[in-house]
Design a binder for this molecule. Structure first.
Ligand SMILES: [Fe+2]
Ligand SMILES: [Fe+2]
Length: 360
């Protein structure tokens, strides 16, 4: 509970804590992960203590009003997810790995640079110095861990922010392809549904995290601002070069897989004790059809990471295709079923995407 903790330290301590927090939203988890690429960062500001408001907190509080409680109606018993989630087996989810697709073409390089620039901007905005973190880790791992390590609250803040922007690209791409198909009076070849489903899936990630946390006004403002800029940037980028945007999303999803892999590793290493006991909320159990006995926070992160790996694969694959002519390989039926091919689930995973010559 950020505001309560800060309240006990006074305003000076709160300032120091803010500065500390800004520096520490860096994607580094522990001294052991300091060599990895940093993920995206969230800026968060504390609310003055006297108001007693919770700008962003993840600490359970029985007084928190539920964000979006179930609405009882006279006739409706339940509302199922409009896009049922494919079932993932534990073996498939365990097989998800961190991966990077080499930037081969000019368009790939532009996409990778865009991801790097975005990360650099966020690093700068939050005062995070990756090199400093690495250097400090070499000299004093304990101090580096204290200064840069992530905890449940920081991870949750970042997850909420990232998921709130992750649901935008699929919706923009789906919308533009929808309009293009009508405007040009041409078939879309099945891309729209996959793109919209991706943004739906990302929104389910966000709603799930929101069931476990409560963003305050500052976080809401940030999400609003980010969405305004992000949506418009993607809109114009997709009009100019859809292939580059798919590659860009593929690279972003590579980062997402890294982020969730770190969180899972931190739980396993006992660094996130609050999450060890945390149960997945009902919305997640229903959506992912999480089996009984496998409904912990760790299980939930395994599902979410698997989803991110799927987005990574889908977007890298779409980035390899002819944007105007090719059918969506994720909803296509294949002539030779014995050969591995893209699927909606986790069968035949291809972290860096399928090449066009393999599937079209
Ligand atoms: Fe996500
Ligand atoms: Fe994603």
């Amino acid at each position: 509970m950020i505001s309560t903790r800060a309240a006990t330290r006074g305003s000076l301590a709160s300032k120091r804590a803010s500065a500390q927090l800004l520096k520490s939203f860096n994607g580094l988890t522990t001294s052991t992960t300091i060599g990895l690429r940093p993920s995206f960062i969230v800026v968060h500001q504390f609310e003055p203590i006297a108001t007693g408001r919770r700008n962003f907190t993840t600490t359970p509080n029985p007084n928190i009003k539920e964000f979006f409680p179930k609405k009882e109606t006279e006739r409706v018993r339940r509302t199922e997810a409009a896009w049922p989630h494919p079932v993932y087996t534990p073996e498939q989810m365990n097989a998800v790995v961190v991966a990077h697709r080499e930037a081969k073409t000019y368009s790939d390089k532009v996409a990778l640079i865009a991801v790097k620039v975005l990360r650099w901007g966020l690093d700068l905005a939050t005062g995070y110095k990756h090199d400093k973190a690495v250097a400090m880790n070499k000299k004093d791992p304990a101090a580096a861990n204290q200064k840069y390590a992530m905890n449940e609250r920081k991870y949750m803040i970042r997850n909420v922010f990232l998921e709130s922007v992750a649901g935008v690209p699929g919706m923009v791409a789906g919308m533009l392809r929808h309009l293009h198909s009508m405007r040009r009076m041409k078939r879309d070849n099945g891309w729209i549904e996959t793109l919209l489903e991706e943004s739906y899936n990302e929104r389910m990630h966000l709603l799930t995290f929101l069931k476990m946390s409560q963003p305050g006004p500052f976080m809401r403002l940030m999400v609003l601002g980010a969405q305004g800029v992000w949506f418009n940037a993607l809109f114009f980028a997709y009009l100019i070069s859809p292939r580059t945007v798919h590659r860009f999303v593929g690279y972003l999803e590579e980062e997402a897989v890294i982020t969730y892999t770190r969180q899972i590793a931190d739980i396993d290493a006992g660094r996130l004790p609050e999450w060890e006991k945390l149960e997945a909320p009902e919305i997640a159990v229903d959506y992912w059809k999480m089996p009984e006995g496998h409904r912990t926070m760790r299980d939930l992160l395994m599902y979410i990471r698997a989803d991110e790996s799927k987005h990574r694969e889908v977007n890298h694959t779409l980035g390899n295709l002819n944007q105007k002519e090719d059918p969506n390989p994720y909803v296509s039926e294949y002539k030779d079923l014995a050969k591995p091919h893209p699927t909606k689930g986790l069968a035949h995973m291809r972290p860096t995407g399928w090449e066009r010559s393999e599937i079209i």
